[in-house]
Design a protein around this ligand. Structure first.
Ligand code: ADP
Length: 662
């Protein structure tokens, strides 16, 4: 109301009663007033306006003269204004118009603008008039609006600052707290009121990373600082905070305040420390494990994942392979890169899915005493016994420490296997010597045996033809016994020689197309003649099935299977054979089933080994050498077929074999 006051001091007495003026005075005042002035009579007719008023409303002074005052008002205010005017003229006094209301004027171009109006009653030649001093408030309102918006923004920001969990504080150049948000109250325990004015580092007993002067120097030089501080809270708790500080300068460039945001990272630090401790423990454990593994003579390693990637290996492992298997390298890639090959006990190349290691990681199998021969990059052969034990992830985690970052790319979902490669060269050497000895012994036995057998047969035969004295029954029986014993010995020496032939790779096959059905029928009927307790049957829909085979050798296999079926079912019972043709692959399939003593489960895996006999066979005092199945499988596999079995101890066994069809 500065201008209306000015009007008051220049033209009007402070009294609120109408002032008597002359027209001259009025005109003069109108012209020199910086405000827009409008004079109206009691009927609301404009008596006079000054230049400022005309310009404010966009008219010329002439256009306004004698016009209704309402033309300068927005339509919505006109009716109210008329009522107010009448009321005013009834008791005129100097006052601001529409106190507490937002007043608007109407421009000639119909736009409306905020105004502030002061009223002053005057008497001109005894006629009551009112002088209205009008000020355009547009600019002032805009400034007010902006100020309000800024205030609102500041209020929101203050709210935000209080919402933050971080401690936000402002301190002056001597570290006196000037602002302390809710986050700071929560973290440190002092309320804002308690903290204001205190020296921050004394209040919080700050431990600086190096010293305070360094931080101050950094702030001074760069305007900001970031780092970790240790603070003590009101309740004595020590917290580690991640602190960010910014220096604020005044216009002269003097530092005035420091804005500081502190984030509590105590828990994170403790977790990190715990993790580091576990990690260190794991590393120690793995080191220890490595030392133990390195001290062992066998090649030992851990592999993981479907493709058996190396996780850990001891020193001996490198000498097993004759090449370095890199950590995380898949097994197959390692073998191929180094030209390493793996063979089975009989010297046949092994397909990867039969590698003990891959079986352990892919099938979760525990493979024990798997005989494999490794051909190293330099061509030397290493016979090894492989044990591959699938570990479940909890076992591995225990080993590696629960919380650790794995040292390899191993993921806990992947399978892990512990592998031990035992060099059995020395054993193989001994075995070789044994085979040599067996070969020599069998060979040397052959001649005296055939002499013995020949003479025993000759004695029986010649006596039967009437040559020499007739033999007493006991003599005949003794000679027959000798004959049978020499036959058994003969078979044994033949088997032993076969074993040595096989070992030396000298077991040659001479194959011809032979009817497997006819061969089997003949052998079954021969066998049926040797036993009454057992009943043989052959089930087949084929009258013949031609197989390229070494007839003598296949007879040897069938003979072994049939005599085992008889031998290992001492109580007798049915012995059922089936023969059928299979399409995929195209093979002849033959099975021999008995209801005998069966093979104990724990010995089944080794039953095709040399000289291997099941415990129940020995316990039942059934004679045997443990060579028949070994030879049979070799013979069948050399024909390109397979020999396997299913057996339940006490319930019987079924042996299966396949031979490729022409
Ligand atoms: P042998 O019968 O001379 O001992 P084999 O190599 O033919 O040797 O058989 C090896 C072992 O397999 C036998 O000692 C026996 O324990 C077991 N076996 C073989 N066939 C049968 C069968 N049909 N029933 C039970 N056990 C068998």
């Amino acid at each position: 109301m500065a201008d209306s006051q000015q009007f008051d001091t220049t033209m009007m007495s402070p009294s609120s009663s109408p002032l008597c003026v002359t027209l001259r005075e009025l005109i003069l005042q109108m012209d020199i007033s910086p405000d827009a002035l409008v004079i109206v009579d009691h009927a609301g007719t404009i008596v006079m306006v000054n230049e400022q008023a005309a310009a404010l409303f966009g008219y010329s002074r002439e256009e306004l003269r004698e016009q209704r005052l309402e033309m300068l008002l927005p339509e919505s205010l006109r009716a109210v204004h008329t009522a107010h005017r009448k009321h005013y003229f009834a008791a005129p006094r100097t006052r601001a118009m529409g106190a507490g209301l937002q007043l608007f004027g109407r421009h000639k171009d119909d736009t409306e603008f905020p105004v502030d109006i002061s009223l002053r009653p005057v008497l001109l030649d005894a006629e009551p008039l009112v002088i209205g001093a009008i000020r355009d408030m547009s600019e002032q309102r805009r400034v007010e609006r902006e100020r309000m918006q800024q205030a609102e923004q500041i209020r929101l920001q203050a709210g935000l600052i209080d919402l933050a969990h971080d401690a936000i504080l402002i301190h002056d150049s001597v570290s006196r707290v000037m602002f302390w948000n809710k986050g700071a109250e929560e973290l440190y325990g002092w309320s804002s009121q308690e903290a204001l004015g205190r020296i921050t580092h004394s209040l919080l007993r700050t431990h600086f990373p190096s010293n305070r002067a360094d931080i101050d120097a950094h702030l001074e030089a760069h305007g900001h600082w970031e780092g970790e501080l240790v603070h003590t809270c009101r309740d004595g708790r020590v917290v580690i905070v991640e602190s960010r500080q910014v220096l604020v300068r005044d216009v002269q460039g003097y530092s005035t305040t420091i804005l500081e945001i502190n984030r509590d990272i105590t828990e994170r630090r403790h977790l990190e420390q715990a993790t580091q401790a576990v990690h260190a423990q794991t590393v120690t454990r793995l080191d220890f494990l490595q030392q133990i593994m390195d001290a062992l003579p066998s090649g030992i390693y851990l592999v993981y994942g479907q493709d058996a990637r190396l996780m850990l290996a001891n020193h001996a492992a490198a000498s097993v392979w004759g090449a370095e298997w890199h950590i995380d390298q898949p097994m197959q890639e390692f073998l191929v890169t180094n030209g390493i090959e793996i063979f089975d006990a009989q010297g046949h190349p092994l397909v990867p899915r039969d590698f003990a290691i891959l079986r352990a990681v892919q099938e979760g199998e525990t493979v024990l005493h798997h005989q494999e021969t490794i051909r190293r990059p330099n061509g030397s052969l290493l016979p090894a016994l492989v044990n591959a034990v699938a570990l479940d992830s909890s076992q591995w985690r225990y080993l590696a420490g629960e919380e650790t970052e794995p040292t390899t790319q191993y993921s806990p979902m992947e399978s892990v296997a512990l592998v031990v490669h035992q060099d059995v060269s020395a054993l193989k050497e001994a075995e070789y010597l044994k085979d040599e000895f067996i070969g020599v012994a069998a060979h040397e036995l052959r001649n005296p045996l055939s002499v013995l057998k020949g003479f025993a047969e000759m004695l029986v035969y010649q006596t039967a033809r009437g040559k020499g004295a007739k033999l007493a029954a006991w003599q005949k029986e003794a000679l027959e016994e000798i004959g049978e014993a020499t036959s058994r010995l003969d078979k044994l020496t033949e088997d032993l020689l076969d074993v040595t032939r096989l070992q030396a790779g000298r077991l040659a096959l001479s194959r011809d197309p032979t009817d497997l059905v006819a061969l089997t029928r003949r052998m079954v009927s021969q066998r049926q003649m040797t036993t009454r307790q057992h009943v043989f049957s052959l089930d087949t829909e084929h009258s013949s099935l031609m197989v390229e085979m070494d007839k003598v050798r296949i007879e040897q296999v069938l003979s072994n299977l049939l005599s085992n079926a008889i031998k290992y079912s001492p109580q007798g019972g049915p012995i059922e054979l089936t023969i059928r043709e299979e399409v995929e692959p195209h093979v002849a399939f033959l099975s021999v089933r008995d209801r005998g003593i069966g093979i104990p489960i724990q010995q089944q895996a080794r039953i095709f080994g040399r000289f291997v006999r099941a415990e129940n066979a020995r316990a039942s005092e059934i004679t045997g050498t443990g060579l028949g199945l070994y030879l049979s499988r070799e013979i069948i596999e050399r024909h390109g077929g397979r020999l396997w079995f299913e057996s339940t101890e006490g319930a019987g066994s079924t042996f299966y074999m396949t031979l490729p069809l022409a």
